[in-house]
Design a protein around this ligand. Structure first.
Ligand code: M6R
Length: 606
């Protein structure tokens, strides 16, 4: 997730902006940049790949009191200097956090009109659009430009024609204004300004802000004034990085209302029931000719892959196998040129997954990477790459990166199904419209967080846990168990519920809580039988079930409800519940949640 900063005041702008950008480092970034208007009225622009310290090395001493800065988390275009922000057109420079969905069509029009592009980013179209509509009034130019844009943005705009003002705007990406003494700030998040002021204004969607040294004015997109409330922030700097959450993991679980939306942004075309992945690198003919899909991944990404298997087979009728990358690399895989090898990895750096991709490349088949990190090694090694756009994940336990991987797999399955005529437009439209509701459903689950916490507390002192599910819910049973053992150190097993009687039932006693993933659907009666099976052994059962399910309450000790959705999409919702259950269990046991023992975020060794 990019970080944006703007400063205007009596202070030394370059130092303050660099300092503020460093406070946003926790958001993750791959390049940084700054634009200043110096005291002679000239714009100075510097950007550099990698750490902010690299930018500092090339930044000369400039006396300036107004500027904008940016840390970039790449979504469009590689993490290289030319793609770093600010982007400029004429006298206008801007920094952007978000995604301009329709940037390709806007870019084509701008190129025809003679605008020259020097980056591969979606953001550069915004700079040119503002320039195009600028006739002396920067507010009108920005408002007009934003009228043509679909997607999400938090922006800070600077122009040497207006050296006493910065303009900011927001839609669906975070933006705050820090109010100081004869100085004001624009930022993506509070930590950036906390060293200078505790007074902030939260900017809402479709608001445009004029930021001057001694005034802040907020407008709607029609140019009408808006009154805003000032807030005093009492967080210490560490709490501020976590936006007030006690752990990054909890913050990241909560961010799923937005990250899932970002994953879908610009990729769903409900009217035609189509899915668009410009970056897929497979023609319709190639999709039609896929004979088999081989998914390779590790840990949580492997669990996402297992869910993918159900989707590709059920929706698109493509035989799919899922292998742990660490096993695949030493196996004798039967891969033909008709096999599509899909490598799923949040970090894009997992050594086993990279080695498995190299192994697959040897068979001359197409390799498709699904990763969260633009420019990661896998994106260079695979034939093509789809980015999950979950934003950086700091907690070692994967949460939002998992749901975004899963959403990409849903979209791919719908795309493959449409191309292969195994799904009609009506069904595709219905699934897409249900998918669009998922962020709202996640919000509803988060509103019920306290009851999940209560349930976690009740069973936190146990030594063993079981998670069971059937069919499409089985991968979530595996994921629930993995999450719990990883951060709470409680032994947990994930099982296909029908397998219980083939061995593990011997372990079920009154001291072993069993989480049953049991939304309504074609295996509902079967999982009810499994629940009765474990209840007969005196186990306590926690059911993750549909909100309107009154039947299941009769058989279980606790119900953790999820909103009603299409049966096939419910695993996304159940996964948020198991994440919260694991989180609150670990919290109760006082574990090191963001950095569990013996584990690393990026497993770059075999
Ligand atoms: O970066 P990757 O997705 O390739 O990582 C694979 C696993 O190491 C990772 O998913 C791990 O299982 C998670 N930390 C679990 O929460």
């Amino acid at each position: 997730m990019c970080g944006i900063v703007g400063y205007i005041g009596n202070g030394e702008a370059s130092q303050i902006i660099i300092n503020s950008l460093k406070k946003l480092e926790y958001r993750g970034y791959d390049s940084a940049g700054i634009a200043l208007i110096d005291d002679n009225g000239n714009t100075a622009l510097y950007k550099e790949e990698g750490e902010i310290s690299n930018l500092e090395l090339i930044l000369p001493a400039i006396t300036s009191h107004i500027g904008i800065g940016h840390t970039r988390w790449a979504t469009h275009g590689k993490p290289i200097t030319k793609n770093a922000h600010p982007h400029s057109s004429g006298n206008i420079s801007l920094v952007h956090n978000g995604i301009i969905e329709n940037y390709m069509e806007l870019k084509e029009e701008l190129v025809l009109e003679g605008y020259e592009f020097s980056s591969d980013t979606d953001t550069e179209v915004l700079a040119h659009l503002v320039k195009k509509y600028y006739t002396g009034d920067l507010h009108t130019a920005l408002r007009t430009a934003l009228g043509y844009v679909h997607g999400s943005y938090a922006l800070a705009v600077l122009s040497k024609d207006h050296p006493d003002e910065l303009i900011a705007a927001r839609k669906d990406s975070p933006l705050i204004i820090g109010m100081g003494d004869h100085e004001n700030f624009i930022a993506s998040d509070i930590p950036a300004v906390l060293e200078y002021t505790k007074r902030v204004i939260y900017i809402d969607n479709f608001e445009l802000v004029s930021v001057k040294q001694d005034s802040i004015q907020v407008f709607d997109l029609e140019g009408n004034h808006k009154k805003k409330e000032e807030h005093i922030i009492e967080w210490d700097p560490e709490a501020a990085e976590k936006a007030g959450y006690s752990h990054f993991m909890l913050k990241e679980i909560h961010e799923q209302t937005n990250s899932i939306h970002e994953t879908m942004l610009g990729r769903l075309h409900e009217l035609e029931g189509d899915v668009i992945f410009d970056e897929l690198g497979l023609s319709r003919a190639q999709i039609s000719q896929i004979q088999r899909i081989e998914i390779i991944a590790c840990g949580t990404s492997y669990n996402a892959g297992l869910l993918g298997k159900y989707l590709f087979e059920k929706l698109a009728g493509i035989h799919t196998d899922v292998d742990s990358a660490s096993e695949f690399r030493y196996s004798s895989p039967v891969i033909t040129p008709g096999t599509l090898v899909m490598a799923i990895t949040q970090s894009g750096e997992t050594a086993d997954t990279l080695a498995a991709v190299h192994e697959a490349t040897y068979y001359e088949c197409k390799t498709l990477a699904i990763t969260n990190v633009v420019g990661s090694t896998i994106s260079r090694d695979a034939s093509s790459t789809i980015y999950t756009r979950a934003g950086p994940e700091i907690g070692v336990a994967a949460s939002k990166s998992f749901t975004s991987q899963v959403v990409v797999l849903y979209l791919l399955a719908i795309l493959f199904a449409r191309v292969r005529y195994t799904m009609d437009a009506d069904k595709a439209q219905q699934l897409q419209s249900e998918l669009r509701k998922i962020p709202g459903h996640v919000r509803q689950i988060l509103e019920n967080e306290r009851s999940i916490q209560k349930c976690a507390l009740k069973f936190a002192k146990t030594n063993d846990y079981f998670f069971i599910g059937r069919n499409i819910n089985y991968p979530i049973a595996l994921e629930g168990a993995l999450k719990l053992k990883e951060i709470s150190y409680i032994h947990a097993e994930g099982y296909a519920a029908g397998e219980l009687k083939h061995g593990p039932l011997a372990l079920i006693t009154k001291d072993v809580p069993v989480v049953a993933i049991a939304p309504q659907g074609h295996t509902y009666d079967k999982i009810l039988s499994n629940i009765k099976e474990v209840k007969a052994r005196d186990a306590s059962v926690i059911a993750i079930a549909d909100m309107d399910d009154t039947e299941i309450k009769k058989y279980v000790d606790a119900v953790l409800p999820i909103p009603k959705t299409d049966e096939i999409l419910s695993p996304i919702l159940s996964s948020v519940v198991v994440q919260l259950l694991a989180y609150y269990t670990a919290l109760e046991l006082n574990c090191s949640i963001d950095k569990p023992r013996n584990l690393a975020k990026s497993v770059t060794v075999e």
